[in-house]
Write a protein of this length. Structure first.
Length: 270
């Protein structure tokens, strides 16, 4: 099917999914404005980047939006977002939401209520439509997998919890042990080697503790370029085709449309 046929099947104008996508686009436009103002680099990533190249917008059945940036830019963005975001948006990270336990941030829409299929966000302060912001770091894949294992039990506890008030404290203890002790120590140990080991062809991957470890290559990402996404120009990796093929293979080929699983269980607009 062509793009228009896919749109009519999955996300025609006025459908709940299309309204969801347009709200995520509104969030991205605000984040893009702030990044440009403060000279912070980011790029569309994962399914959002596939959507840009294959559909010039959202994958028709997609219900999330992802961007990535290097950790140094991520830390700067976390500082400026609370002052720069309009009232209808909220930054969600471990400093703004006491029950939040992801190692990446979200920007949430306060004019909606979203319940996810995994329901990890059931005690979080902000529960509206969101976009994900992932910090990226130059470290070996084996080390990243080690940091994933160091937080894996946290997700198992929450996934099987029958007493959320008790188990949220167990989850946050694991999060804080990693975020305030283990990960800073690992970064300190790695820092002397970055000068010798980080070159444009070297691997970067998701920040420590984030459960995604597909390698990215700096020379496929930088310098960034732009591409149309829902009628707007947004940053993408300079060699986005090679970048996506390393991660997803033939991303231009449509997947099995009978096996698409949504992230969203319920959605309400205010």
């Amino acid at each position: 099917m062509n793009n228009e046929e896919l749109r009519q099947r999955y996300n025609p104008d006025g459908s709940l999914l299309r309204r969801h996508q347009m709200r995520m686009l509104d969030i991205l436009i605000e984040v893009d404005r702030i990044c440009k103002k403060h000279h912070i680099s980011y790029w569309l990533s994962s399914g959002t980047l596939i959507g840009a190249l294959r559909h010039n917008g959202f994958i028709p059945w997609d219900d999330d939006l992802d961007i990535e940036m290097m950790r140094s830019d991520y830390l700067r963005l976390m500082e400026v977002l609370p002052q720069e975001l309009p009232e209808w948006l909220a930054l969600q990270n471990d400093k703004t939401d006491p029950a939040y336990f992801y190692f990446y941030a979200k920007v949430r829409d306060r004019r909606s209520l979203l319940k996810e299929t995994l329901n990890y966000n059931r005690l979080w302060k902000e529960q509206g439509i969101y976009i994900d912001i992932f910090p990226m770091e130059p470290h070996p894949i084996w080390l990243h997998k080690l940091t994933e294992k160091s937080v894996g039990h946290m997700y198992k506890i929450w996934r099987t919890s029958t007493d959320d008030k008790k188990n949220i404290h167990r989850v946050l203890r694991i999060f804080k042990l990693n975020n305030t002790f283990l990960f800073p120590c690992l970064r300190a140990l790695l820092s002397p080697f970055h000068f010798f080991t980080f070159s444009p062809s070297k691997v970067i991957t998701s920040g420590m503790g984030i459960p995604f470890h597909n390698p990215r290559y700096a020379d496929e990402i930088f310098p960034l370029t732009t591409h149309k996404f829902e009628g707007y120009d947004f940053p993408i990796p300079g060699n986005a085709d090679a970048h996506l093929r390393h991660i997803f293979g033939d991303y231009m080929q449509l997947p099995d449309l009978s096996k698409q699983t949504p992230h969203v269980a319920e959605l309400e607009f205010f």
